[in-house]
Design a protein around this ligand. Structure first.
Ligand code: SAM
Length: 271
């Protein structure tokens, strides 16, 4: 089994995605798009950005490596009557079956950054986007104290066995020099790439930060793996308290609820 696919099919990312809907809608709004347009949402999950894109009336294809998330996305599209939105399985490293220059916009929000071969992912995103179009990525930023998810992943990885040799950290997609090099190899000049810091909110008014961490523990592949390893080494309590502390420190929610802002790098590539 492809470990990248296994990681994301392991849990149920829809449980986490439910905290991210508001920022997904805001991000889509900020793209300033209108029909007619064909959009690829790569690493789309169950449609946090694909659904609001489709609600604008553009044609959307959501591609994701996780079968369970593709199925969940198609169920959401059917329930909402969104006939211009389809979800299908695929790998950002090799978008076989998708023709060159198929889309006016390729969006990937914390999606393609998790593909194991970043140069291939950059090349594929550029290949399937038409000249005059855009690739827009949202990427977590490594070692950034305001990037809640990168901190959560850093803590989780400290409890997980080291990755296999040759593994490229997804967090490298949050570093400008790597982004420039990867898109550069795909034929994009530096001047065509812009990067700005932005904030994504995890909003759960009915859950405390500790309850949010429990949901990550039960449903988010990387955190599930960390707890499995920590259980074996007897350090699960330590992992749990570090994650709860992190969520509490970042929480801006009131009345016992959770509202955590996480800094990310928004990358726009103009083709
Ligand atoms: C953090 S989730 C983000 C999902 C969605 N974009 C959102 O904002 O809710 C990462 C997503 O990337 C997908 N993914 C990971 N590696 C992938 C790959 N190689 N090709 C396509 N999708 C991938 C996962 O299955 C998962 O749905």
């Amino acid at each position: 089994m492809n470990p990248n696919k296994a990681l994301w099919e392991k849990g149920d990312f829809t449980a986490i995605a439910s905290f991210m809907r508001q920022s997904g809608e805001a991000l889509v709004k900020s793209l300033g798009i209108a029909p007619p347009l064909r959009v690829l949402d790569l690493g789309c999950g169950d449609g946090t950005t694909a659904v609001p894109l489709a609600l604008l009336g553009v044609d959307v294809v959501g591609i994701d490596i996780a079968r369970n998330l593709v199925e969940a996305g198609n169920r959401r599209a059917a329930a909402m009557g969104l006939t211009r939105l389809t979800f299908q399985e695929g790998d950002a490293c090799n978008l076989e079956g998708i023709g060159d220059h198929s889309f006016g916009l390729t969006l990937s929000v914390f999606g393609a950054m998790f593909a194991p071969r970043p140069f291939d992912a950059a090349r594929e995103m550029v290949r399937v986007t038409r000249p005059g179009g855009r690739v827009v990525m949202g990427n977590w930023i490594p070692n950034d104290p305001t990037s809640f998810v990168s901190q959560l992943l850093k803590i989780s990885s400290a409890f997980t066995p080291p990755p296999p040799e040759g593994f490229v950290s997804p967090m490298t997609w949050g570093v400008d020099t790597h982004i420039i090099e990867r898109f550069g190899q795909a034929g994009v000049p530096r001047e065509s790439i812009s990067m700005v810091r932005d904030t994504y909110w995890f909003t759960a008014p009915d859950h405390s930060p500790a309850q949010v961490i429990d949901i990550f523990r039960r449903f988010y592949g990387p955190t599930m793996n960390a707890f499995e390893a920590a259980d074996k080494s007897g350090t699960a309590d330590q992992l749990h308290s570090q994650l709860v502390e992190l969520a509490q420190a970042h929480n801006k929610g009131t009345d016992g609820g959770t509202s955590i802002g996480a800094t990310f790098l928004r990358v726009t590539v103009s083709l």
